[in-house]
Every structure is written in structure tokens, then in C-alpha cells.
Design a protein around this ligand. Structure first.
Ligand code: GLC
Length: 693
């Protein structure tokens, strides 16, 4: 009966579980190669393939090594980095992105895609910031839920990671993280909770670090108490690779699938040692059965026992989605004197400068690397877009190994051109945007500050384009250049997307998902000396005050604030109306307002809604993002927008009451084009206090 897709999931799971021998059960809770668990042909259970990563389906490695398998059929689409997807503030686009991941995973016969990562940007230096969604839990939750729905609509399971408090790469495998319960509940858990309760994610990956003294891959509080008991998670918890360290904890603390342990498979904690413990009666069989049940649910739910669809790879639709995400994720940080968009009827020569104009980025960054079918570099995109009409020159300008001649040649090239475009920023080298190491600072490497200043002296019409996965310092040259465009890592269509935005075919609409500090010491984890921790322990001393929560509450001026991003047009917000929700099951309040495109170009705007509580019973940040809405308007077009405010928009976590408290009293609702560009505000009062567990 377990093979009958018309039967209820739980009945099929029970039936199949009842047919498994002990050995077959054990085979389902640990790996039998780098990225697989064993088939059970007798019962029609196929070998189960897991695959990285958040930005596309990774090349095959293994079977027992990280080295590439050397196949020629494991190319995939390389999508923009998640931090760039987050900058679109467009959940529908995130779902389309997840569609690409799911469809390609199906084509490559993968059952579980190991993404999205949803760890909060607590420090600008985290080597993996490019793989996540920035500093805000609400934005991360909305975007990740849509991504997961996209992936899982294709008979593929997503795996939200790394649960929890893996917010740096420094000592990631051993560090013990301590934080207060409100920071955990209000900042670091929300995106995981949303992934489980709204995204119905089938898998969760434990983090490498320890949390309150216990490894996150077998942490009783996180996995049993919070994830499974409180949130009702029915899927499986897998370890990060080699993140399992103890048999009894792995058995008793909620780990359902052990991956990547650096031991022979039979010696995995959930293999031989587990069998021995069972045979000695140290562990009840019901514990193993629950683990197996969770693995079977995932397999049966995605149709793995009934033959799945064909999937598809690198289709035109996938390429189009990649380009749209790249375009909508780019953030225009500065644009003076109409420097952008470029008008290719008024310029003749463009000097493109910088290693990042030609540097390939896909195959880098660690487990998120992709063996991409193709990658349009910034230079290639500009040449394709404008090369027939304009003279496009290229000079390296800077590169990883400094060379004094490069600057001179770039300065000369700029002096001979109408416009200079410097493409700089970071890359996936160690100590930049890469797994297993953190950045050492927020500076641009390889002498770029000097290069930019010399070039803009030679040609005032110098556009700076930055690639990278997190905040970068721009102090030395920002005031001197007329325009700065942040492109993140824009994926295989990145060069085309960049050219279209620079030449105005598309109006940029990205908003920063993270604060860009003026200097590192302004950032909370650094101001308090909390990062990177000492003697193997890190206390998140800043608590709730992560990102703009810190900058706004402590009144520290950022270089660019959370939610900031310019456009080639302008928008006017008006007539805010705050009304009480009528339906007792519906939102508590509705914020309605009008937005108008008052400029000359079509464009997208992300209206952000922040909430402030006038007199909270416990301290709260001065503002918290609790809603956003992206609209695309033609010049002169107006639109009525309404943003519903659920109870969660008003509540905070009360650790004594162990629940979410929405207190009677006054709140201020702020609508802004960024966290510091508030256009409308109004007061709203809750008529009663309520507590939700
Ligand atoms: C890595 C990463 C994780 C990845 C896994 C498999 O160490 O932490 O994100 O999915 O191992 O490559």
C-alpha cells in the first residue's frame, strides 16, 4: 500500500516502516557516500541524492571525496547570490528562483536541495553572508518561504540551514554561542520557524557550532523542544557534514540523518554505535522508528517511490529568471548629475576597468560553487549591449597580485573615454566571500581605493560597480564619484543584467537587506567586542540590536541604511490610513496608502513598513520591519496599496511568560523608502493585551 500515491502520507509511512528490517532502518539514517543514502531495492526505495546548494545544483563529487567526480552531465544554472535575491524584496521572484532550483534538481535526480541558508547577518565579516538574506528576520522569512515553496513544487525537498546561530565562519565547528532568549526567538529563529510552519520545508540542517554548550546537530533544546515539540516539525533533521560528534546525543537529541562524518560509514554515530546501543537496550527502538519515519515522509512526499518527473535544466525560462533576479537585486547606491543611466546615443567611448569585469565567480565560495553552463561577465554584458554602437575598451586596473603599471594604464584609458566604468569589489577568495573563513575587514582589496581615486581624477564621469556579498567600505572615494551600483554576485546572466541597468533598459529597484556601516567598529558585534568570541565561546552581547536595530536605536549614522536603494525615477507616498482589522481571524490592522511615480521612467519601489511601540513592557528596538510591498509604476501612475499587520507585527517575545506578548497601547506605524527615509507615519492602538505561546 505504501506505493499507492492515492493513500494518505502517514498510512504509507506506517506501512513501509512496518516492512523494514533493523539493518534497513539504520541504512536510512546515515550516509553511504558523500551525498547519498543507500537504496533498498527489495522495497523499491531508490538511492537518495542530496545536493548543494542555494544558488544552483552543485557538480557531483565523491563518492568518498570532495573532489569533483569528473562528470560532463553535471552542469547547472548559476543563479545570483541569495543576498542579491533578498535585495529584490520580491517574494514572487524568490518563488520563481526556487522553481529553477527545483526543476534543475529534478533533472539531476536529487531528492533534497541543501538550501536556503537563512542565517542572520550579525557581522559584515561572515564569509557566507553572500549565501544568506541579510540582517532582518522578517525579510529573510518572507523571501525564504517563497524560495522553499518554489523548490518543493517540483517533487524536490528543500533543506533550511544552518539551524541555528551559525553567524560566522570563524571557529564554526567548535565555537559555543550564548545569547538571551529574546535574541534567539526574535532574531535568529523566526526564519526557521517560517520555513517549517509556512514553507512546510521537509528538511532542516543542523549548524556546526555549539549552542548553549551542545552541538547544534544534536541539540536537545533546539531540535526536540523548539523545532519538533513547539513548532511541530514532521520532516527530518540532518547534520551538517561532519557536524555529528556523539552517539547518545545524536540518538536522543533529534538528529535523523547523519551526513559527512569523517569516518567509515559503518562507524558513523547513527550506524554501528547506534545498532550496538539498540542491541544493549540503551535506546528504545521507537527512537529509531521516529527517525526513519521522518526520512520516509520526505521521500514519499516528494514522490521518490513513484517515479518523479523529468525536470529541466538551463532552459530559456531559467535564464530569464536569473537575469530578472540580477536586475531587480542591483542596488543603486549613488547617482548624481544624471550620471546614470548611460545614454548610448551621447557617448562614443566607454573604458571598462577592473578585474571583476572579467573575473568568473560561479565556481567559488565553497559548497555554494556551481559548474555553470555559462557566465556573462560585466565586460561581456556591456560589449553585447553597446559594443556595436560604442567603442568599449578594457584595462585590468587592479588584480589579486598588485602591479603598479595597471593603474597607470587604467588612468590613461579613462582619460581617453567619455565614461569610465570600474568593476571592483570582492570575490570568492579565502578571507573574502567564502565558506570556512571570515573577512578580515570591510575594505576593498588589491589597491582599489587608490585606483578609483586616480581614475575619477582623470575622468569625472566614472561609474563604480561593486560585486560582493556584504557591506564594503567606500570612504576614501565615495564623495568623488558620481555613481555607485552594487551588483552583489549576479549569476550567469549578470553581465547582461548589469548592462541593461546601466544603460537604462531596466530601472534599478533593489534595496539593501543589510546596513552598510561607515566603519566596522560601528557595527554592534564589533562595537561591543563580541565578535569573534574568545576561548571558544561567543556571547551575542548585542542581543536584539542587530543591524539597523542597533544603528537606529543607538543613533549611529550608517554609510547606507537598511532598505536603501535609489531609482532612475521618484515616488510620492500619501494618505496613510490605519484601520482595525474587522475579521477576528484576519489581520489586527491594515495600513493603506497611495504611491505615485512622480518621475519620467517606469520603475519599481519597495515600500517598507516599520513598527515602533511607544511604551513596551520590555525594551524593544526603535523600529522593526513588519511589512513591505513592491510596486511597479509607469510615470504618473498611482496605486492604492494596503499592507496587513498580523498580531506578530506588534508582539515581542516575553521570556518569563514563554510566549509572544502583544500589549495594549500605542504603536507608531512608519512607511519608508528605506529604514531612514520615512515618508508617512501614523499611530495605532491595540485595545487589549494578548499572549500567544
Ligand atoms: C558544508 C556547509 C553546508 C553544505 C554541506 C555539504 O560544510 O556548511 O552548507 O550544505 O557542508 O556541502
Amino acid at each position: 500500500m505504501y506505493l499507492d500515491p492515492s493513500k494518505p502520507l502517514e498510512a504509507r509511512v506506517d506501512d513501509l516502516l512496518s516492512r523494514l528490517t533493523l539493518e534497513e532502518k539504520l541504512a536510512l539514517v546515515h550516509a553511504d557516500s558523500k551525498f547519498t543514502t543507500a537504496a533498498i531495492p527489495r522495497l523499491g526505495i531508490p538511492r537518495r541524492w542530496l545536493s548543494d546548494g542555494p544558488h544552483g545544483v552543485r557538480e557531483d563529487v565523491g563518492p568518498d571525496t570532495w573532489k569533483p567526480a569528473g562528470r560532463t552531465d553535471d552542469f547547472a544554472s548559476w543563479m545570483p547570490a541569495l543576498i542579491g535575491l533578498s535585495s529584490t524584496f520580491n517574494p514572487a521572484l524568490s518563488q520563481a528562483y526556487g522553481d529553477v532550483i527545483g526543476e534543475e534538481a529534478l533533472k539531476r535526480d536529487k531528492q533534497i536541495m541543501l538550501g536556503p541558508g537563512v542565517n542572520i547577518m550579525r557581522t559584515p565579516l561572515n564569509g557566507r553572508n553572500f549565501e544568506y538574506w541579510g540582517e532582518d528576520p522578517f525579510l529573510t522569512s518572507r523571501m525564504a518561504v517563497s524560495y522553499i515553496r518554489g523548490v518543493q513544487s517540483h517533487e524536490v525537498a528543500a533543506c533550511v540551514k544552518h539551524f541555528a546561530a551559525n553567524n560566522q565562519e570563524w571557529e564554526r565547528g567548535t565555537i559555543n554561542v550564548e545569547m538571551d532568549e529574546r535574541a534567539l526567538r526574535e532574531i535568529y529563529l523566526p526564519a526557521f520557524k517560517a520555513a517549517v510552519q509556512e514553507g512546510d520545508v521537509w528538511a532542516v540542517m543542523g549548524a556546526y557550532n555549539r549552542f548553549r554548550g551542545e552541538h547544534a546537530c544534536h541539540n536537545d533544546y533546539l531540535l526536540n523542544k523548539v523545532l519538533k515539540d513547539e513548532w511541530g516539525f514532521k520532516g527530518l533533521v540532518m547534520s551538517d557534514w561532519d557536524g555529528t560528534h556523539d552517539t547518545r546525543q545524536a540518538v536522543m537529541n533529534g538528529l535523523d540523518l547523519e551526513m559527512g562524518t569523517e569516518k567509515p560509514y559503518e562507524s558513523f554515530y547513527l550506524a554501528g554505535p547506534f545498532r550496538e546501543g539498540l542491541s544493549k537496550g540503551e535506546f528504545p527502538m521507537s527512537i529509531l522508528d521516529d527517525k526513519v519515519r521522518r526520512n520516509l515522509r520526505q521521500m514519499i512526499a516528494i514522490g521518490a517511490l513513484n517515479g518523479r518527473g523529468p525536470g529541466a535544466i538551463n532552459t530559456k525560462a531559467h535564464q530569464e529568471t536569473a537575469r530578472r533576479v540580477a536586475e531587480e537585486g542591483m542596488v543603486l547606491l549613488k547617482n548624481e548629475g544624471g550620471a546614470l543611466p548611460l545614454d548610448d546615443t551621447k557617448i562614443k567611448t566607454v573604458a571598462v576597468i577592473g578585474e571583476n569585469a572579467v573575473q568568473l565567480q560561479a565556481y567559488g565560495g565553497g559548497s555554494a560553487r556551481i559548474k555553470t553552463f555559462y557566465e556573462i561577465t560585466p565586460l561581456e554584458g556591456i560589449v553585447r549591449r553597446a559594443g556595436q554602437r560604442l567603442n568599449v575598451t578594457y584595462s585590468t586596473g587592479y588584480r589579486a597580485e598588485p602591479d603598479p603599471d595597471l593603474v597607470g594604464r587604467a588612468v590613461h584609458a579613462a582619460s581617453q573615454a567619455d565614461v569610465a566604468i570600474i568593476v571592483g569589489g570582492l570575490n570568492h577568495s579565502k578571507y573574502f566571500d567564502a565558506e570556512a573563513s571570515d573577512r578580515k575587514d570591510m575594505k576593498l582589496p588589491y589597491g582599489q581605493d587608490e585606483l578609483i581615486q586616480r581614475v575619477v581624477e582623470a575622468n569625472p564621469r566614472t561609474i563604480v560597480v561593486l560585486l560582493g556579498g556584504g557591506p564594503m567600505e567606500m570612504g576614501p572615494w565615495l564623495a568623488k564619484v558620481p555613481a555607485v551600483m552594487l551588483a552583489w554576485y549576479p549569476g550567469m546572466e549578470g553581465g547582461n543584467a548589469l548592462a541593461r541597468v546601466l544603460f537604462g533598459d531596466v530601472n534599478p529597484s533593489g534595496k539593501l537587506p543589510c546596513t552598510f556601516p561607515k566603519k566596522l567598529e560601528d557595527s554592534p558585534a564589533h562595537a561591543l567586542g563580541a565578535y569573534p568570541g574568545k576561548n571558544g565561546q561567543e556571547v551575542y552581547a548585542e542581543g536584539l540590536l542587530v543591524g539597523y536595530r542597533w544603528f537606529d536605536t543607538k543613533k549611529v549614522e550608517p554609510l547606507f541604511p537598511f532598505g536603501y536603494g535609489l531609482s532612475y525615477t521618484s515616488f510620492k507616498y500619501s494618505s496613510l490610513k490605519l484601520t482595525e482589522g474587522k475579521d477576528p481571524k484576519g489581520p489586527l490592522a491594515i495600513a493603506q496608502f497611495e504611491i505615485e511615480n512622480t518621475g519620467t521612467r517606469e520603475g519599481g519601489e519597495v515600500v517598507q513598513l516599520y513598527v515602533n511601540q511607544t511604551q513596551p513592557g520590555l525594551p524593544r528596538p526603535v523600529k522593526e520591519l513588519k511589512g513591505f510591498h513592491k510596486v511597479f509604476l509607469k510615470p504618473g501612475e498611482k496605486q492604492q496599496v494596503s499592507i496587513p499587520l498580523e498580531r506578530s507585527a506588534f508582539a515581542y517575545y516575553d521570556p518569563d511568560k514563554k510566549g509572544w506578548l502583544a500589549e495594549k497601547g500605542e504603536f507608531t506605524i512608519l512607511l519608508g523608502s528605506s529604514s531612514r527615509d520615512i515618508r508617512l507615519e501614523g499611530k495605532f492602538a491595540l485595545s487589549q493585551t494578548s499572549l500567544e505561546k
